[in-house]
Design a protein around this ligand. Structure first.
Ligand code: SF4
Length: 352
């Protein structure tokens, strides 16, 4: 690895560059740093920003978050995806209040004992809140280093991770830990962007492997994309006496902790009409008494990270409320919008 004064160049660049206009800039409060890190995982800054602001407004302290119901926290998180992150967030807030007297641990190893806090988040809190010498490795950091130092391995592999760790060990400025971390993340976001990095005016150009070798498009090495699994959801919104039958989804599948309606998942159902849907429902729920059934949407879809979901949704008015399964419960139409649902099927789309 060629040596040059990476940290000096980076920190100088940061001083003269207009910094990003985000509310968490120079934030020292570990609670807010943690919120930001959890919310921004696998989320674009623009989208994450709205959620960060909502969380800080609704739960200005960790005590406020810990004392809220999981249901209400999930409702605020609704639409952000990766719902286990939200459940861990809530659990960790309670752990910190109960076991650490409401104060974030101030060292890396204790931070790592908290649920949902991995090496990256622990390093971010340790560095930004407590000035400890831990380097933060997010997607921006990895991209910048892969290009400048010409890392040829896929960054998701252990070889790729080892290469990034080894580079950071050599270049990290432990005496300016938060400044270094903020600067390299900003450099990736502003200068060395995923597409069209600004190589023509770049302080690293004389040292940059990708620039000198015309490998900017190739680096970092892209991960092999697995084909998305297609899933076909036919939902039946069962309505009786101003109530809707719903259930809370369990941990074994997507949308853990959110609610949905009576679901039949099957590729065969995608083109069914109302009569066929009625017969399907009668076959599944023997004693059901249907007053009428309406198709609520033509097929809509949603892409998650590994799955492509297709929805078909029927509203079914029942003559009585017989239902055979106790994981379901009836929720009043006037309160159903207080519960968290997947964004594409949330009741407010139909019941205001
Ligand atoms: S020269 Fe281009 S690829 Fe290299 S660090 Fe600068 S912006 Fe990134």
């Amino acid at each position: 690895m060629k040596t040059f004064a990476f940290a000096d160049i980076l920190l100088k660049w940061h001083v003269i560059t207009k910094q990003r206009n985000v509310p968490w800039y120079n934030e020292k409060n570990p609670y807010k740093i943690w919120l930001r890190e959890i919310i921004l995982q696998q989320t674009q800054v623009q989208q994450g920003l709205q959620y960060y602001l909502k969380f800080v407004k609704n739960y200005p302290t960790i005590q406020a978050l810990a004392s809220e119901s999981l249901e209400a926290v999930l409702k605020l998180w609704e639409g952000l995806g990766y719902y286990n992150r939200c459940k861990n967030l809530h659990k960790t807030a309670q752990q910190i209040v109960n076991e650490f007297n409401g104060k974030f641990p101030e060292n890396y190893s204790q931070l790592m004992t908290l649920k949902g806090i991995g090496p990256y988040t622990a390093a971010a809190i340790a560095s930004f809140a407590y000035n400890l010498p831990y380097s933060v490795i997010d997607g921006n950091v990895k991209r910048v280093l892969a290009r400048i130092y010409g890392v040829q391995s896929n960054l998701e592999t252990s070889q790729g991770k080892k290469s990034i760790d080894a580079i950071l060990k050599k270049i990290f400025d432990a005496t300016h830990s938060p400044q270094f971390n903020q600067a390299i993340m900003d450099f990736g976001a502003i200068q060395c962007k995923p597409q069209q990095p600004n190589c023509n005016i770049c302080c690293f150009a004389p040292h940059c492997f990708a620039f000198k070798n015309k490998k900017i498009v190739e680096l970092p090495v892209k991960k092999i994309k697995l084909p998305l699994q297609k899933r076909y959801f036919t939902y039946f919104i069962l309505h009786f006496n101003n109530k809707i039958l719903i259930k809370q989804r369990d941990d074994k599948d997507i949308w853990s902790g959110l609610h949905d309606y009576f679901l039949i998942e099957d590729i065969e159902n995608q083109n069914i009409n109302e009569l066929e849907a009625q017969n399907l429902l009668k076959a599944k729920i023997k004693k059901i008494k249907i007053k009428n059934i309406h198709l609520l949407n033509a097929v809509s879809s949603q892409k998650l990270s590994h799955q492509h979901l297709y929805f078909k949704i029927f509203l079914v008015h029942l003559k009585d409320n017989i239902f055979p399964c106790n994981t379901y419960f009836w929720e009043d139409i006037n309160t159903i919008n207080n519960l968290a649902f997947p964004i594409k099927i949330k009741p407010s789309l139909w019941f205001k």
